[in-house]
Ligand binder design. Structure first.
Ligand code: UTP
Length: 466
């Protein structure tokens, strides 16, 4: 289909006239791809975004940050009883079919550099189970525990959607019913030339597009009609997590119960930061609102402040584990509150006017993303609950070093080992251990086992380098 007058006009009005000239130089066949990409974009919004990058970003005085209230890990008998009671409230809501699980898996996984969607990475320390399998088996195990088919919604990007669907289909959805699993594709945004605001092309017939951030999950759910569908299915609460963290306790009953008791629009888990400079979003309270402040934005004198016991005052980092009230997601999608865009200056390879590929060595482009945690200050009520890294946070980010396959396998193996030991099983040292979430999902399942019961688990000699 040729370039329509309507699209041509929109391109010109939004400052993207150069695309009209570029299209004119392409064969009819090559025009198709570019025109298809252009049709998916909200060109007026892109022009507005570029205006944003020229203005001063919203300025918050982060020196006024305060330490927010956070439910700490239970220590006293009374606290342990309160958590367990909350677990009953959460369990009831799950049994009544009110919970859906949302996993975001649309990122590009650039740092890991794995060939394929990050969720296909073989991370099981012994069996090489993929991240996708671990997550899907948790959803299945939680559903079996509460005798309900929990809807599992997976956000992909245009780049990895097809491969992700195929992977799930090849593995028979890891035991979930196929109708329980829904894939939806997130939006894309173009990289803009930082000086002119013109969209960059990655090839003569292709825009330089990238996914619009994990915060794009709300508009993507809505665009696919899923918020309404969830509502009509009787869903009231959505558990959100990111594909790269296989330790996450999906749909954990206690967390859900506390979220419900607090009547929160949105809840989040936090973990203690390893040090003041850790590259992790900090949970703070600013002007009466909870928000995540990037580690680059929290003033060093606040980040480093300690209390009388020598602990960091701003100790809480975000592992990106959330619960949302469905009606809050609907307000974010339809109401007058929306997530802001964050701007990043990046070096983006492109094809110039003459069709010559260019590889800039310094930032030449601006990219825009939405972050899910920006929903926090928009919520009327927020609940923050502490968890530990050993319990539920070790994300797969890098090929080596911190948060790499080695550290993630180690964290998983340590977790499984502690459960097996709690069941009275003697294990070989210097081995990796692995359990399926279908055997033991969490500590609630430990009661089912004694040293005499046969538990299915796998061990293998531990390799130093993976
Ligand atoms: P990261 O920001 O860590 O990005 O995303 P990434 O894609 O995993 O890795 P890098 O930065 O390219 O190396 C955290 C989580 O958010 C999801 C990712 O899939 C991951 O689960 N995400 C991120 C999306 O779903 N969409 C996005 O646009 C960005």
């Amino acid at each position: 289909m040729p370039l329509s007058d309507e699209l041509k006009q929109r391109l010109q009005q939004s400052g993207q006239g150069h695309i009209v000239h570029r299209l004119a130089r392409l064969s009819a066949k090559k025009q198709q791809k570019l025109i298809h990409q252009l049709q998916q974009l909200d060109l007026a919004n892109i022009a507005e975004l570029f205006q944003l990058s020229k203005r001063q970003a919203d300025h918050h005085d982060f020196h006024r940050c305060r330490v927010p209230d956070i439910v700490r890990m239970p220590e006293t008998d009374e606290e342990i009883r309160a958590w367990s009671k909350a677990g009953e409230v959460g369990a009831r809501a799950i049994r009544q079919g009110q919970l859906a699980v949302i996993m975001v898996a649309g990122g590009q996984g650039t740092r890991l550099g794995h060939d394929g969607p990050k969720g296909t990475y073989p991370i099981g320390p012994v069996t090489q189970r993929s991240l996708f399998q671990i997550h899907a088996e948790k959803v299945l195990a939680l559903g079996r525990r509460h005798q309900v088919d929990i809807p599992f919604l997976i956000m992909t990007s245009e780049e990895n959607d097809q491969t992700t669907r195929e992977f799930f289909a090849q593995h028979h959805h890891f035991g979930l019913k196929s109708e329980q699993v829904t894939f939806f594709v997130q939006g894309m945004l173009p990289a803009l030339d930082a000086s002119t605001g013109e969209m960059l092309l990655s090839a003569k017939d292709e825009l330089a597009l990238s996914p619009n951030g994990h915060g794009g999950v709300i508009e993507a759910l809505d665009a696919a009609g899923l918020l309404n569908q969830l509502q009509s299915q009787g869903i009231r609460h959505c558990y959100y997590f990111q594909v790269d963290n296989p330790l996450v306790q999906i749909g954990e009953e206690q967390f859900l119960g506390m979220h419900l008791n607090a009547q929160a629009d949105m809840s989040l888990k936090v973990v203690a930061k390893l040090n003041a400079q850790e590259r992790m979003g900090n949970l703070v309270e600013l002007d009466g609102k909870y928000r995540i402040v990037e580690y680059t934005e929290l003033p060093a004198e606040l980040a480093e402040q300690t209390d009388e016991s020598g602990q960091l005052r701003f100790w809480a980092g975000s592992p990106a584990i959330h619960l949302f009230d469905l009606s809050f997601l609907q307000r974010l999608a339809h109401g007058d509150i929306t997530l802001p865009y964050h701007l990043a200056r990046k070096s983006v390879p492109y094809v110039d006017e003459q069709g010559t590929p260019q590889k800039p060595s310094s930032p030449n482009a601006v990219k825009y993303e939405r972050f899910i945690f920006d929903a926090l200050p928009l919520a009327n009520r927020v609940l923050a609950v502490e968890t530990t890294r050993a319990f539920e946070f070790e994300p797969l980010k890098n090929a080596e070093g911190d948060n790499s396959p080695f550290t993630v396998k180690q964290a998983l193996s340590d977790r499984y080992q502690s459960w097996l030991c709690a069941c009275g099983i003697e294990l070989k040292i210097d081995h990796w251990h692995e359990l399926s979430p279908l055997v033991i999902l969490d500590m609630n399942d430990l009661e089912r086992y004694t040293p005499e019961t046969i538990i299915k688990w796998r061990s293998a000699p531990r390799l130093k380098n993976i």
